[in-house]
Design a protein around this ligand. Structure first.
Ligand SMILES: C[S@@+](CC[C@H](N)C(=O)[O-])C[C@H]1O[C@@H](n2cnc3c(N)ncnc32)[C@H](O)[C@@H]1O
Length: 166
């Protein structure tokens, strides 16, 4: 789809970041939001330098939700500057973004809020990808007997989110 602007929630060592950076256009950009700067800088960053894609990545050390809100403000500011229009910092229900692709691989608990913010910032016709929506089938047919409680809760959270999206 000739993606140029992408966003990723949940970076860890930057594996999916690397795959995305190698796939998007040469002048493409990825906004990568994660809480674990150390994992990214110690493992991912040296690899992005070797792969010559460091310039494509803007790493933001933050929880996803406040960072998404700040990004929305940043978009509005630059749009207002460009159009010399008045600033409107109230949230709207309109799609305001220009991301071609979003990859969501952060904590599941806040997934609906992440989704709501992303739907305003991914362009119409763009793609939003959620990690582990099926999780080996367990979010549809949970093999609860063999799972730890924490895992069963994650499956339930994802199943609920899948219903919301559907
Ligand atoms: C499954 S890992 C991401 C893996 C990564 N996409 C990859 O392919 O290497 C999830 C990451 O999300 C981060 N994380 C958890 N909650 C988060 C949040 N609310 N906002 C941003 N990052 C979060 C965790 O610290 C962890 O590094």
């Amino acid at each position: 789809m000739n993606a140029k602007e992408t966003i990723e929630l949940g970076v860890f060592t930057g594996y999916s970041l690397l795959v995305t950076a190698l796939s998007i256009l040469q002048d493409g950009k990825i906004v990568a939001i994660g809480v674990d700067r150390e994992a990214y800088e110690s493992i991912g960053l040296p690899i992005t330098k070797r792969a010559n894609i460091k310039n494509k990545i803007e790493f933001i050390e933050s929880e996803a939700l406040p960072a998404l809100d700040l990004l929305l403000q940043r978009t509005r500011l630059s749009r207002a500057r460009r159009n010399q229009a008045s600033l409107q910092l109230r949230p709207t229900q309109e799609n305001e973004g220009s991301f071609d692709v979003a990859l969501v691989d952060a904590n599941r608990a806040n997934q609906e809020n992440h989704h709501e913010r992303l739907m305003r910032q991914v362009r119409v016709g763009g793609v939003t990808v959620y990690d582990k929506t099926l999780w080996g089938g367990n979010t549809v047919l949970p093999d609860a007997s063999s799972a730890l409680l924490i895992r069963r809760r994650s499956w339930q959270d994802i199943a609920e989110f899948n219903k919301t999206i559907a």
